[in-house]
Design a protein around this ligand. Structure first.
Ligand code: BTN
Length: 320
């Protein structure tokens, strides 16, 4: 991040109050116009900065997720985000499903501070205590073709959102685990109702470990952004940063720019080029080289006998 952006953030985060533009300009030896431009850049990175014509700029450092709805409404793109916040629930997927059946528009998000029965992929449990980002986005993509790509879009958007906001580089394990030093930071669950090739709704569940405590048995498998950065992080700007990227990338999907999505995913992939063991959903296991992802988002695995297999669903283990 540009040194000047950092300096502005330092000034704004030293107080809960507004700081007048001329004060920032004087302290940093910049023009007021430049301060304004840099503040706009910070907003694009996900920081929530309120601007008042006389009082100046104020940085939102609140970590109160019940306020999230206010800060996602202006994110540009095909999805008009609205947040339905709950303090505690069994799983945001269930609430989102009920809302989807009632016909709420796509872009509706169910966000919970805590879940007692969080769901992971392949029937696993997802531990979701206070302090993380646990949310489900309701989507109504028109084409079934999008489905596998949708989860790649979400994975890439999380990686970009984290990097944009914190400068921390993370990687993707197929299909969409977000890893940091091989430890899991975020996971994605795609559920939905599709009938006769028509998508009624998709529930895109995203779980990102931020300030939450992990149970000791998970500590050699998973990590949190607070562990990585050594500080507690404000989650609303982080959520904003991810949704910002998601809306951009979702636009590419809606506009059928499939190449853009697969190349984006390749860019962040740690799976391609690795030797992998894949646990398929029918219980079989295959081993080979993860060569690439196909246009539809499936993983191309080359077995030792040279045969290539397309994997649509399964669990990948990277072999050393
Ligand atoms: C995985 O196994 O990697 C997927 C984890 C998905 C967790 C998220 S948290 C929000 C949403 N609600 C759930 O119950 N699960 C997903």
């Amino acid at each position: 991040m540009d040194q000047r952006l950092r300096e502005i953030l330092n000034i704004l985060s030293s107080t809960k109050d507004y700081v007048p533009g001329p004060v920032i300009a004087r302290r940093l030896g910049l023009s007021r116009a430049m301060v304004h431009r840099l503040v706009e850049e910070l907003k694009l990175l996900g920081y929530v900065i309120e601007t008042h014509p006389r009082r100046g700029y104020r940085l939102l450092v609140s970590d109160d997720l019940s306020l999230a709805d206010r800060y996602v409404r202006d994110i540009p793109g095909p999805l008009k985000f609205r947040v339905h916040y709950v303090e505690k629930c069994a799983s945001t997927q269930d609430i989102a499903e009920a809302l989807a059946r009632q016909g709420v528009p796509e872009g509706t998000i169910v966000l919970a501070e805590e879940m007692s029965k969080g769901r992971g992929r392949m029937g696993r449990e997802w531990i979701a205590s206070k302090g993380g980002l646990w949310f489900t986005i309701i989507l109504r993509p028109r084409k079934i073709r999008y489905l596998q790509l949708l989860s790649l879009v979400a994975g890439a958007s999380i990686v970009e959102g984290i990097e944009g906001f914190l400068g921390v580089k993370t990687m993707l394990k197929w299909p969409n685990d977000v890893l940091y030093n091989d430890l899991k930071l975020a996971g994605i669950l795609v559920e939905g109702r599709v009938e006769a090739d028509i998508v009624d709704y998709i529930l895109l569940g995203i779980g990102l470990n931020v300030n939450n405590d992990l149970p000791s048995w998970l500590k050699d498998k998973a990590t949190t952004l607070a562990n990585i950065t050594g500080r507690k992080l404000p989650r609303i700007p982080l959520l904003r940063s991810i949704l910002y990227r998601f809306n951009e990338n979702y636009k590419a999907l809606v506009e059928e720019q499939y190449d853009r999505i697969t190349s984006l995913w390749r860019k962040y992939s740690t799976t391609i080029g690795s030797r992998v063991r894949v646990h398929l959903i029918d219980g079989r296991t295959i081993e080979g080289l993860a060569e690439d992802i196909a246009d539809d988002g499936s993983l191309v695995v080359k077995l030792t006998n040279g045969t290539r297999i397309l994997v649509y669903a399964g669990d990948v283990e990277h072999l050393r």
